[in-house]
Write a protein that binds this ligand. Sequence first.
Ligand code: GGG
Length: 352
Amino acid sequence: MTNHRIALVPGDGIGPEVLPPARQVLDAVGRRHGITFHYTSYDDWSCERHRREGAMMPEDGLDRLRDRDAILLGAVGHPDVPDHVSLWGLLIPIRRGFRQYVNLRPVRVFEGVDSPVRGARAGEVDLVVVRENTEGEYSRAGGRLHRGLPGEKAVQEAVFTRAGVTRVLDYAFGLAAARGGRVTSATKSNGLVHTMPFWDELVAERAAAHPGVPWEKEHIDALAAKFVLEPARYDVVVASNLFGDILSDLAAAVAGSIGIAPAANLNPERAFPSMFEPVHGSAPDIAGRGIANPLGAIGAAALMLDHLGHPAAAKDVTDAVAAVLATSDVRTPDLGGSATTGQFTEKLLTLL
Ligand code: GGG
């Protein structure tokens, strides 16, 4: 029997609605594979806490998570708290504090799911966005001047370091080698004159260190268009923090719904716990209605199983998801169905 200590951080909005299904799936597949999960839930780390106490999590929040094997997070954000305050109060400190510099966002089109895109057929679209996760455009460097005056201005600096870019590129090239695929690097070196030429130089350098892996670079605007027009041509797409965030939401929509996309915030060296989350946010428009799609969170749980050394259990989860979508019309409204979160989860659990 293998034991794992898992931190649950449900967060805001639909976060607390999608984590229980992920937990039910983990427990079911765990029974089959001899894995026991011991959960500690941090229900209070949220925008509600911020309103009450002025902080999304306690000051020693990272210390409380440090000895967990992994973190499963729901969603962050509430209309009453500015988005940059909630994100920088919970999600980003965890990513940075635990050196989770790879944000892995796999996207595939499932049989039985209608993609809004012509060229996106099941079995053909199977790509992974590797998003740089601890620097880049997500930066506190900059400031606002002359607030409220006609000359008011805001300056936002992006920070790219040789070490930070190199390590995520090496991860992407390694992943492409393992998949027998290729790397596409997102750039915008025609418009951004310092950071993106630097990014491109490092891509060329790391490509030379991985001679067996084919690669290309594409400007982010053209790449976004091609994600919609020809999504099947992509394999591993490596991108900066902001570009990767946008591309992975776009790719999830191409696959049918942002509600089905999972993400893994990885510390590849395993010096710290990694964090797993659905790509979607807190979705205040549907929170409390019981109709959130749990598949993003369940996919995140599968990525967590893989990271914890249980690839067969992870495959059981993704196979069960594929089977439900391919063989039944039980699905949540974002995928065109009328099932509640609970009804969909019950259906999935019959296969685990
Ligand atoms: N599932 C976590 C969540 O709430 N994500 C919403 C979001 O805005 N994320 C921004 C980011 O991943 O950088």
